[in-house]
Design a protein around this ligand. Structure first.
Ligand code: THU
Length: 144
């Protein structure tokens, strides 16, 4: 799937919609995320904060939960937006989270343009790294 085959406007609209459902009373920084899957679904998520600040969930966490809970599959393209509808960079933890389910080829809308995961999380740790040490690893995703 190439960048031109992806309806980025549709993904951004879905991310904006999700952003409006965010629960972000502490940071007042609502975030919405939307991604296209390999079978054509759009999955979304919003950030959900907590009075115990450290346990707050990023929008991408909710998105990955929806991905798995609606049948799984591989993420192909992702847009993440702030309250102004502007593209934001997924945080480092979320890059790792997304990498598990989209692999190196996942296209991510960054503030400076569309970039593959391989560029924004180079040298990513993945399930393959476990094989060298763990004799019979837990079943994992097939991105590697
Ligand atoms: N946030 C996300 O939802 N995704 C990111 O990739 C970056 C940050 C949220 C976490 C927190 O609720 C708020 O934005 C401010 O950091």
């Amino acid at each position: 799937m190439t960048t031109s085959e992806i309806h980025w406007a549709e993904l951004n609209a879905a991310a904006l919609h999700a952003m409006r459902r965010a629960y972000a009373p502490y940071s007042r920084y609502p975030v919405g995320a939307a991604a296209l899957t390999d079978d054509g679904r759009i999955v979304t998520g919003c950030n959900v904060e907590n009075a115990a600040y450290g346990v707050g969930l990023c929008a991408e966490c909710g998105l990955v939960s929806e991905l798995i809970n609606t049948g799984g599959g591989t993420l192909r393209a992702l847009a993440c937006v702030n309250a102004h509808g502007e593209a934001i960079a997924p945080c480092g933890r979320c890059r790792q989270l997304l990498s598990e389910h989209g692999g190196a080829d996942l296209l991510v809308q960054m503030p400076d343009g569309i970039r593959p995961m391989s560029e924004i999380l180079p040298g990513a740790f993945g399930g393959g790294d476990l094989d060298a040490v763990v004799p019979d690893p837990t079943p994992r995703s097939t991105h590697e």
